[in-house]
Design a protein around this ligand. Sequence first.
Ligand code: AP5
Length: 215
Amino acid sequence: MRVAFLGPPGAGKGTQARELAREWRVPHVATGDMLREAVAAGTPLGREAKRYMDAGVLVPDDVMVGLVGERLGQPDAARGFILDGFPRTLAQAEALARMLKDRGQELDRVLYFDVSEGELLRRLTGRRSCPVCQSTYHLVSAPPRRDAVCDNDGTPLVQRVDDREDTVRTRLRVYGEQTAPLLDYYRHRGLLTSVPAEGAIDTIRADIREAAGAA
Ligand code: AP5
């Protein structure tokens, strides 16, 4: 199972990937989570990435390709993975194809999460996250069991800096300019399946299983 989840900010990629990676017993390779961990740890990568992330723009391709190449080279990724948030540019898509080819592998499927812009804004501005385990919640559609703390570890939930409305609009614009062209890239290679990603989280998950051939 080698799949990539593709879609705009707030489309639900992380929400679905976290559960399905457990179910399919493959690593959830989420570049946003990896970068946020580096920011929290204050590493040189984290310090470099933070200024791009806070502004809602993409971290340079060479940094991202290096990070993902290293992660996919770890033993647990040998039997598969869910990529969440990578690739995000044509250069990243081409680098991914090369790195997989070098290992005698290829992507099985790219799943596009199709969500309207109004719903994305509603989801992102209402999102709250756990800074420790990275679980995500929504004030209205997916609240935690206890007010404002993470269900898993009791940590107080936070709003991501880049979920403020002006930064969300920048992220949506960057997605349209730099990531949306990947839809045609993967469609032409026969790898793209579009999944309607509005509605109940469980229903969407069932559609993803089917689209990935894991139903
Ligand atoms: P990243 O963390 O990857 O952000 P993103 O792609 O913008 O995606 P999000 O995490 O915002 O959304 P999601 O689709 O995972 O939605 P979620 O499941 O949380 O990247 C952050 C930054 O890092 C980038 O801006 C960039 O700077 C940098 N970066 C990362 N990767 C990079 C790369 N490859 N190249 C360069 N730079 C990179 O859901 C959202 C909300 O909706 C939650 O509150 C959730 O509870 C709720 N929700 C989910 N599903 C539903 C549903 N069905 N109904 C109602 N609510 C729902």
